[in-house]
Design a protein around this ligand. Structure first.
Ligand SMILES: *Cc1c(COP(=O)(O)O)cnc(C)c1O
Length: 386
């Protein structure tokens, strides 16, 4: 009999559950577990990534979250971290040494750029930046024998550029990693295209309620164990409480992502016709230069868009002051609609010349659309933009 195909939204409800009968994971606050004797401790200490020895090595609650992510990403393993940056830093330092080379997407999260330009440079890890919109640029920048890692982010923050996952997955030699935070595991599956690692800031849409700081990387178990061997020393360990909130977030992710993607599409279409708005970036818009690619590789277009206002920083400041329901805050993927000025917040540490070259300008605003009734959000924008 043919195996029945289960939809990812259903997997999100059951993923990461153990055999105890409990529908939600238990919160294991314990930092340590006793063993019978010296030989028992020795056996536990030798296991990679096992819950039930010492929490930095592995924790049962965190394990439930990791299992759930691995199931959703279709990989054999996943590893959780104390934040998305904890995941990125641990993967880079696990896989790259002084003298190695990284190919990275120029348009990406400000913290990732600051990490590559700061600590990586200081450690003698060389970085070549490419434009993620041009499918061949990643492969062309690979230096055989030197490039250890190719890093992409799709859709990208804050411009919503889309990277061709199939082209990225076809790169042989270095490891490839996709920051899939904006898509969430229900929006796209980079590892299904041959990408080595899919990474998320689970602080965002996965946990989904602005109450957990959490990161995760999914991939093949051997590669995840290699990363674990470094990460256990790096120590950016996920807290069991945040991992519990991560699993709780996964359970409702399908419904939230569907509603938020619909609200974002409607707001993006409405803002596109507003005279005070110069430009709207959202992969769900037919006007997005990579709309066809996004349709091929994404199931939902997600809750994040960015807009460019007519005018400059004064217009941006005034809009943020006038909005009442929509709050001015960084982060994305939560229940509240949030707006932030990228140039002075998430990308504040980016070099001014790089900001100018990549279009992080004074009139660019990032909007994370929440779960409020759509009309209330649109009315708030209509009044503030008037
Ligand atoms: C927020 C974010 C990060 C960093 O995650 P933290 O959990 O804040 O450390 C990385 N990548 C993207 C795309 C993000 O939005």
């Amino acid at each position: 009999m043919a195996e029945r195909q289960q939809q990812p939204e259903t997997t999100a409800i059951t993923a990461g559950r153990d055999t105890s009968g409990a529908l939600a994971p238990a919160l294991w606050a314990s930092t340590t577990w006793d063993t019978t004797d010296l030989d028992g401790t020795n056996a536990a200490a030798k296991h990679l990534h096992q819950p039930g020895f010492y929490s930095r090595y592995g924790n049962p609650t965190v394990h439930s979250f990791e299992q759930a992510i691995a199931e959703l990403e279709g990989t054999s393993a996943a590893l959780a971290f104390g934040s998305g940056m904890g995941a990125i830093a641990s993967v880079v330092f696990a896989l790259c040494s002084t003298g190695d080379h990284i190919v990275a997407q120029r348009n990406c999260y400000g913290g990732t750029l600051a990490f590559l330009d700061g600590p990586c440079k200081r450690m003698g890890i060389d970085v070549t930046y490419v434009d993620g919109r041009n499918a061949g640029e990643f492969a062309a920048a690979v230096k055989p024998g030197k490039t250890m890692l190719v890093m992409a982010e799709t859709p990208s923050n804050p411009h919503l550029d889309v990277v061709d996952l199939a082209a990225l997955g076809a790169i042989k030699g270095p490891y490839t990693m996709v920051d899939s935070t904006l898509a969430t595991p229900l929006g796209q599956q980079p590892c299904a295209y041959g990408v080595s690692l899919t990474m998320h800031s689970a602080t965002k849409g996965i946990a989904g309620h602005n109450d957990a700081t959490l990161g995760v990387v999914a991939g093949d178990v051997d590669l995840i164990n290699t990363i674990w061997s470094y990460a256990v020393l790096h120590g950016a360990t996920a807290s069991p409480f945040d991992a519990l909130n991560g699993v709780r977030g996964i359970r409702s992710l399908g419904a939230r992502l569907r509603q938020q993607s619909e609200n974002t599409q409607r707001l993006a279409e409405w803002l596109s016709t507003h005279p005070a708005v110069k430009r709207v970036n959202y992969p769900g818009l037919a006007s997005h230069p990579q709309h066809e690619l996004a349709k091929r590789q994404m199931r939902w277009f997600g809750s994040l868009m960015s807009i460019e206002l007519c005018g400059g920083i004064d217009e941006a400041r005034r809009l943020l002051q006038r909005l009442t329901l929509v709050r001015s805050a960084v982060t994305l993927g939560g229940p509240d609609t949030l707006i932030s000025h990228s140039a002075s917040s998430t990308h504040i540490s980016v070099d001014p010349a790089v900001k100018a070259a990549t279009g992080i300008n004074e009139s660019l605003l990032r909007v994370s659309v929440g779960l409020e009734a759509f009309d209330d959000v649109r009315n708030d924008f209509a009044a503030a933009l008037a």
